[in-house]
Design a protein around this ligand. Sequence first.
Ligand code: AHR
Length: 654
Amino acid sequence: MSYDDSARLLWPRQETMRTSIFSRKIFVALLLASAAARAQESLSSAALDIDLQKTAGKVSPTLYGLMTEEINYSYDGGIYAELVRNRTFHQGWDEPAHWYLMQYGNSRASMHLDNSTGPSANRQLSLKLTVEQADSTNQAGVENEGYWGVPVRANTTYKGSFYAKADDASVGPLTMSIVADDTGKAVASATSPALSTSWKQYNLTLTTGDIEPSAANHIVLTVAHSGAVWLDMVSLFPPTYKNRENGNRIDLMEKLAAMRPAFLRLPGGNYLEGEHIAERFDWKKTIGPLVDRPTHPSPWRYRSSDGMGLLEFLGWCEDLNMRPLLAVYAGYSLEQEHVNPGPDLEPYVQDALEEIEYVTGDSGTKWGAVRAQNGHPAPFPLDYVEIGNEDEFDKSGSYDGRYAQFHDAIKKKYPRLQLIATTPVKSRQPDVIDDHYYKRADEMFAFTHHYDKADRNGPKIFVGEWATREGTPTPNFGAALGDASWMTAMERNSDLIVMASYAPLFVNVNPGGMQWDSDLIGYDALSSYGSPSYYAQVMFSNHIGDEIVDASLQGGGPRLFYSVTRSAASGVVYLKVVNASSAPQPLAIKFTGADKLKSEGKLISLSAKSTAETNTLWQPTRLVPVESSIRGIEASFNHTFAPYSINIVEVAAK
Ligand code: AHR
């Protein structure tokens, strides 16, 4: 019951008992009870003492980064901008999934998968379209439904392409169109030259006119003559971020850019390991021409096109100015399959060394030359290599031995590289240990002191996967509060925690798109939105500086969290205060050791009315950070932080 409710209940009693002393006593008692209720609702004031003369350590410059993998349609149907779903016909049994036969007017045709021919030695699979009857006004062909639709925007150019061959030159050209679901009319279309009788790639340009943006479209490929046509690698790309060929979706890249991530942990997660050894992320099968990539099953129950291959990950890093954090397959897959340390493991160790050479070697090296041939002569920077993923789940206990073998080989050839173990090992001292935490908000709150007293002389910590899991498909405000409390803890301990990355990063919110709920950024084919947790991360990573400032908190509610950091060069102090309570939190802030404090600072605040409040595709910016001025800053000043709020107070100090 709130104070207002209890007050409303009191007055009728007062009316009926007005005259007796007894009734007056009761009234006084009730008034006191009401005051007590009010006192319970307002949190006691807390005191935060900040000693600007004491630095508690350096903030890791790489603290905030990204972790991704093929889950929740993160790449295919997500950041990888390809619009054609199942472009290589690998999904589906008798019928290719997401493809349908199109017979306009009185045309007659059939389609089936043909595993006797394809455009590449690695790809002897294609779609055979047999057209018995067709003409220019009664065309026949196939339709692709895209990833829950095909997004189009006005006056935009799309790059279409496909590999094809015909049984006879009389089949003629093939037309590729983007067709609106509701009108059946093409919003953009282009026609190839007459198809050749041997496999060949065709490239087309499709341009929309003055149309409304929409995802309610499909892609159609048709011919106007009878005959047989084989198709493969059918592709349609919208404009991509920084116009990168085979690149990424612009809105999602812009959202990531706003997070100012320092690194990208790639390629996963469980996706690195695969269910079985043969289904691991086998990097050599993900490089080179798309037509040569065989594709592979991902552990998240759908097949990866491998359009997002190793070089594409590195290009993604380049575009957002992130360092790659390369996780190498270390001989363990999810169905408890492992490779014994020793000679059996040696090919995998060599494979990892070659992968590192592909990333970092100059074009005079064997694998650096392959990278140059793939279109990127310049080597990429690399500081960290992670050996496996979550190897504590390997019940055989082989990780210690497997880690040691990778460790010794990589350190021998690349002594500068920092190596990350996915769980503690005894045989070697890893440079870094990767800890993963998925928790509810109250568990996150209780966990915020986990690293406060941790050993500073052992390996550094990489929190390679973390999230407060409340809310679906994306986290709600309660989760954002859990996340923000955890980020204050990581910042206070960022002398030890060198890197951290939330997981999973993405979710396609369409039915069937999600395999794991509470994901940072949601989207459909056309639009995307950041969850409150996303905005909390944007706030934190954009206001961090490079030093941890000594501070201590006394009193306050049980769900009050803080961190204080600053930029050594500018003297700007970033005070983060998370009030995860439903009541306002008064705070007495005291700065010791500041010669000069600017009396006006900046307050950036993200707050909600309830923990269930959230952002959605339909209300993408319901909860976003709001910036205002905070006045009256001096050596000691008070500020009351709103209920359910995540705050940054930026103070200029000298
Ligand atoms: O982030 C989802 C999964 O959680 C990752 O693939 C795995 O590493 C962890 O168990």
